[in-house]
Design a protein around this ligand. Structure first.
Ligand SMILES: Cc1cc2nc3c(=O)[nH]c(=O)nc-3n(C[C@H](O)[C@H](O)[C@H](O)COP(=O)(O)OP(=O)(O)OC[C@H]3O[C@@H](n4cnc5c(N)ncnc54)[C@H](O)[C@@H]3O)c2cc1C
Length: 309
């Protein structure tokens, strides 16, 4: 009952993760398309055909004492080149590529065929978050300064361009303060704490007390770890350095909380689990009666490292 509750919770988290991914995908697409349209609009505003308020605002910044609003300063330029010479452009491109890699390698098909490809590619999230944190640092999005807004009557001045020198002081603009890092900081700090706790936990010694090779390629490992307290439905991440120092695989705890050990049942489902069964000499076991199953007890060789979840 408690375990099924935990599984439901895990499924709910997975579903929320999927919804979150969907919203990141669509919001990013809207953000990119909006910026591209804006860039083209900025460029066109510098063309000889542009007139009215748009042209007047775009020309600001050419003389001393004026600040600019339009980051594209001349019509005789290529918008892509302009884009790729800004922090926002370079980081935006990196973030988009990282997101495309993460999204495409997270599909169920890729996870089924090559979980490692999905797992390692997912780590470009580091580039994604660094890029996101500094994306606005170039302050490419500009607005009229609060001081200028006090002196410059927008509703009057926007309709009286000919009065700009006489009754309307030139509006002053500045780059908007970047804020993405504020949204990134909290989750990144939490993630870093989780990694540190995991690192600290996996340094602790694990003793394998019993190994049972069940029929149908299932390996049961009973383990002990100092101060380890388990909760029903919990899973542990297991690493076997002799197989791979990078791979950590999750397995649900199958022992009861009152027992003085904790156990997992591992089904040989692919490369890593098969190698683990082989490491314990349990690969290709013919079906046996339960009382004839091989047991090793107690074993204390440290093939594995465990990090709790
Ligand atoms: C929370 C959780 C609890 C789990 N508990 C158990 C358990 O108690 N017993 C058990 O036998 N298996 C359990 N699994 C599945 C187990 O982690 C994978 O079968 C194992 O990691 C396969 O690794 P592989 O390299 O041998 O297989 P691969 O050839 O890499 O993949 C075989 C299958 O396992 C999936 N898989 C591979 N690696 C992972 C991973 N790190 N996380 C999730 N799925 C993966 C793949 O998508 C594929 O469908 C659990 C998975 C999760 C997410």
């Amino acid at each position: 009952m408690i375990k099924s509750k935990s599984i439901k919770k895990r499924r709910r988290i997975a579903l929320q993760g999927k919804k979150g991914n969907g919203s990141v995908k669509w919001n990013s697409a809207i953000h990119i398309v909006a910026h591209l349209f804006n860039l083209e609009h900025y460029h066109w505003s510098q063309s000889p055909e542009a007139e009215g308020l748009v042209a007047a605002l775009s020309k600001l910044g050419d003389t001393p004492n004026e600040t600019y609003l339009n980051p594209i300063r001349t019509f005789h330029t290529n918008t892509i080149t302009e884009l790729l010479t800004t922090i926002a452009g370079i980081t935006g491109l990196l973030i988009s590529l990282a997101l495309i890699l993460i999204m495409t390698s997270s599909t169920e098909f890729i996870r089924q065929v090559s979980y490692e490809l999905f797992w390692y590619t997912h780590h470009v999230f580091i580039i994604f978050f660094i890029g996101l944190a500094i994306h606005g640092a170039g302050r490419i999005v500009r607005g009229q300064t609060p001081e200028s807004l006090l002196l410059h009557n927008i509703s009057f001045c926007r309709d009286h361009l000919e009065e700009w020198q006489a009754r309307c002081p030139a509006p002053q603009f500045s780059g908007k303060e970047p804020s993405a890092w504020k949204w990134v900081l909290g989750p990144v700090v939490l993630y870093a704490c989780e990694r540190i706790i995991r690192f600290w936990r996996f340094q602790q010694e694990v003793i394998i007390t019993k190994v049972v090779s069940h029929p149908s390629g299932v390996l049961e490992l009973c383990m002990k770890k100092r101060d380890f307290k388990m909760a029903p439905g919990q899973y542990v991440l297991i690493q076997c350095p002799s197989i791979s120092t990078l791979e950590w695989h999750p397995f649900t705890l199958t022992s009861a909380p009152q027992e003085d050990f904790f156990s997992v049942h591992i089904r040989a489902a692919g490369d890593w689990t098969e190698a683990l069964c082989k490491a314990f000499g349990a690969e290709g076991q013919p079906l046996k009666e339960p009382w004839n199953l091989p047991r090793w007890e107690p074993i204390s060789f440290l093939c594995i490292k465990v990090s709790t979840r």
